[in-house]
Design a protein around this ligand. Sequence first.
Ligand SMILES: NC(=O)c1ccc[n+]([C@@H]2O[C@H](COP(=O)([O-])OP(=O)(O)OC[C@H]3O[C@@H](n4cnc5c(N)ncnc54)[C@H](OP(=O)(O)O)[C@@H]3O)[C@@H](O)[C@H]2O)c1
Length: 337
Amino acid sequence: MRINKQIALAARPQDVIKVTDFALHEAKVPALEPGQYLIQNQYLSMDAGFRKWMNEGADDNYLSTMELGSPVQSMILGHVIESRNPDFPQGTVVMGRTFWECFSVAGTEDFVTRLEHDGSLPLNEYVSTMGPTGMTAYFGFFDVGQPKPGDEVLVSAAGGAVGSVVGQLAKIAGCRTVGITSSDDKCAWLIDTLGYDAAINYNAPEGLAAQIERELPNGFDIYFDNVGGGMLDVAMLHMKEYARLVLCGAISQYSKMDEPAAIYNMWEFIVKRATARGFMFTDYVEQYPGAIKEMGNWMREGKLKSVINTYKGIEQTPKAFCDMINGANRGKNIVEL
Ligand SMILES: NC(=O)c1ccc[n+]([C@@H]2O[C@H](COP(=O)([O-])OP(=O)(O)OC[C@H]3O[C@@H](n4cnc5c(N)ncnc54)[C@H](OP(=O)(O)O)[C@@H]3O)[C@@H](O)[C@H]2O)c1
């Protein structure tokens, strides 16, 4: 019998998430039922969005509230090691949504996709730029953002996993890019390593609005919003006519869903004839192969860099997640099992 190691939600995170909000559990791996298959997880993807569903009463049309004492939901990458499902035979490499755990039992109802990869890029890329993170950046930027060469693009959480890819895709698309992050060090890194044209430190005394005004005196064509709340509200004052706002995430709000920040500047949408659209990366599953092919080419040509921070062992998962939420990350945090 196999014993699983899992990381469970031990306490509902408050303002500042901490490693003690999580606990390591052991559990037996259950026998497979018809249609199910057993995945040995190799990588866990640290994704900020899951923080939202750690709150009490967080159920929505997309996911359920995580229960205290139950394993934390996560995107994973692994290999099928036993199967009672002909579509997922033993040996299949899969990417999907299960839990922070060493083994996952999945079935027909679960969001798990087969991963076709030719071995030309390391497997860990498929939980990062070639996986959920990259798919979010790619479809959010190209499909929702509808960029044109010469567009000016503002990105929040610009040095995080999704933001670091968006900034580079925008350069590939011939746009001018301005990234927002939390420190001068990270600003320098956005420009020197990721190729942003300019960067804004939202903690600088000058303030966010003045810096956006300085870096984008005519406003932006696209705002790729990972942060929501007050930052989104300030950004709305800097839209060009026909601006597109890509509503990807709202990390500033995940610890305060009961009292979300007010948005005051909606009038700007009317006079600027602007649009804002939310999306989920899972909307585009059918189109992943094309996106993966294109992103892979850009990576092999050196046009797209992937920045991955690897934490080793399931015990490191809470730290990997908290570091990411608290902004200690540059690029993508993953856990290797
Ligand atoms: N729609 C979708 O399908 C989809 C899929 C994946 C992710 N997302 C969303 O994309 C966003 C980024 O996710 P990710 O997984 O790539 O995480 P990430 O950007 O790697 O990490 C989160 C970053 O957010 C910044 N941050 C944290 N608290 C903040 C606050 N109060 N105000 C401003 N910035 C704050 C921190 O960077 P700084 O140092 O810059 O503050 C931190 O590094 C999240 O909002 C997530 O929910 C959406």
